[in-house]
Design a protein around this ligand. Structure first.
Ligand code: HEC
Length: 155
């Protein structure tokens, strides 16, 4: 082999190694590796999934905050519209909390399940109290406490 062939071969090998590293670090391989590195009943919550759910929660939290501002005119229609808005964002939050705790067999944050349960309970109580003939929004205003409780520990 002349030295040109050797140089070409070396470059080829380097390219192959780079490709291998790239593939190994790509998410799919990381996922299948996790099957080996985590016990089978262990659900790995993808950080990106948690993040997009959190963005959704943050959006609903903003909508809830806006909805909780007492309507300017306190006629029946405005009050009912407010109740609808409050209940809609609360329901969305329940849905997201359920999604987050979906892999219930266990999670990479076992304590997150506890906080999620606590958060879901707060949202449920807020829903019930907002549904009364005379709606009580006190607990709806307390929902954000469930966010901070969890963030204090998990983040
Ligand atoms: C059960 C625990 C828990 C609860 C309850 C919770 N969060 Fe989070 N939140 C997290 C975790 C964990 C992260 C970090 C996710 C990451 O970056 O991997 C996070 C991150 C976030 C982020 C940053 C997202 C990003 O793009 O990095 C926002 C915004 C957020 N949460 C909003 C909220 C709001 C609003 C609520 C309540 C309506 C809430 N969270 C309730 C656990 C929780």
């Amino acid at each position: 082999m002349n030295s040109l062939r050797i140089k070409q071969l070396t470059i080829l090998i380097i390219i192959a190694i780079c490709l291998l590293i790239l593939v190994a670090c790509s998410n799919d391989v990381a996922k299948s590796l996790r099957k080996v590195t985590y016990p089978p009943d262990f659900t790995y919550t993808e950080p990106a999934q948690v993040r997009s759910n959190m963005d959704e929660l943050a959006l609903q939290m903003r909508l809830l905050d806006q909805a909780l501002v007492p309507p300017q005119d306190d006629d029946e229609l405005a009050m009912e519209r407010q109740r609808n808005e409050v209940l809609t964002s609360l329901k969305e939050m329940s849905k997201i909390a359920t999604e987050l705790s979906a892999g219930n067999g266990g999670s990479n944050h076992p304590y997150m399940q506890d906080y999620l349960r606590d958060f879901a309970k707060k949202v449920d109580r807020a829903k019930v109290n907002a549904s009364f003939a005379q709606p009580n929004y006190y607990f709806a205003g307390k929902v954000s406490g469930g966010c901070t409780n969890c963030h204090r520990v998990v983040r």
